[in-house]
Write a protein that binds this ligand. Sequence first.
Ligand code: GLT
Ligand code: MN
Ligand code: MN
Length: 388
Amino acid sequence: MADYQPHPQHKFTFGLWTVGNPGGDPFGKAVRKALSPVEIVQLLSEVGAWGVNFHDNDLVPIEATPAERDRIVKDFKQVLNDTGLVVPMATTNLFYDPAFRDGAFTSNDPKVRAYALHKTMRAMDLGVELGAQTYVFWGGREGTESDAGKNALDAGKRFREALNFLCEYALDNQYDLKFALEAKPNEPRGDIYLPTTGAMLGFIATLDHPEMVGVNPEMAHEHMAGLNFMHAVAQAWDAGKLFHIDLNDQNYARYDQDLRFGSQSIKQAFFLVKFLEDVGYAGARHFDAHAYRTDNLDGVKAFAKGCMRTYLVLKEKAAQFKADPEIQALLAQINADDGSVAQFSGKYSADKAKSLKAYEFDRVALGQRGQPYEQLDQLTIDLLLGVR
Ligand code: GLT
Ligand code: MN
Ligand code: MN
């Protein structure tokens, strides 16, 4: 049996804000000591992560002077150097400061929209300086509580204009950077624009540089919307747009829980890991979650180790699924094809359409064929529960 130890080739990453989360929530203050970025990188190195991601202000406080910024960045580079951790992704905090109370790129205030661009360009500079090649956009405040005051079409146009501007900025500066848009249905806004990965994919096609822009689907966010995360990821993959991924967990129909990966929805997590491994997704596996508020620092480490361990256990289970003769025999039966209608598949032709229209189907027989999904699913459950 594998030791489930993380190695750099697994590409496990955490944001500074994840293991650095001090446990505050809307009903209670922080319960853990704030860790400095340097301490967080040391912790991530200790638990075996490959990389670290950050928002501009996770690293450089919003009020920092240029001299403070330089010192912080220097110390951060040093700890990256000492530990060997990399920075694959960076992003901008466009939600915490009161200036963004009505959104950033979609704010009704043109000054806020301009400030959001200003802040993002500076944050892109910082991310690139530290080696980031993926730049995430999570528009947590890009939404409304009441649609009386904000025009949804204007909001869409403003968001598009901002991304077009920032793509040009990246190109102009010859940054080797791709953008990944992250959807969330609600929280902190009552409703957030472009609430699902599917909505983001539709929006990307309307941009000036769609080739530079993909998605960063988050498991918990699709679950908040009651959706099947793996299906969203598959659509993104099919479109060539799976630029990044946020792994965590979430009970359906709850607030944004950001739980340890695989701690709640084992079956969904299994099919997700199986999908990523089957298709050969080569990007970072970013755990965007945090430890329970009940826990102290040792719990934070257990949380981080647990995310990676569960991923590796599920990866092993996916390999077992593939190698299991009974499971594979059922899959062969499910996908059986006697070739009798092969002449109708593939591209359209007028002849094909004509002969397909004339073909006589045994509709009743089609309706009589069942599938052994109950059996297959129970085998999957047995495998996941470790009795197979
Ligand atoms: C915030 C949010 C996450 C986003 C982060 C990137 S910040 O924690 O809940 O889902 O990925 O901005
Ligand atoms: Mn996220
Ligand atoms: Mn989340």
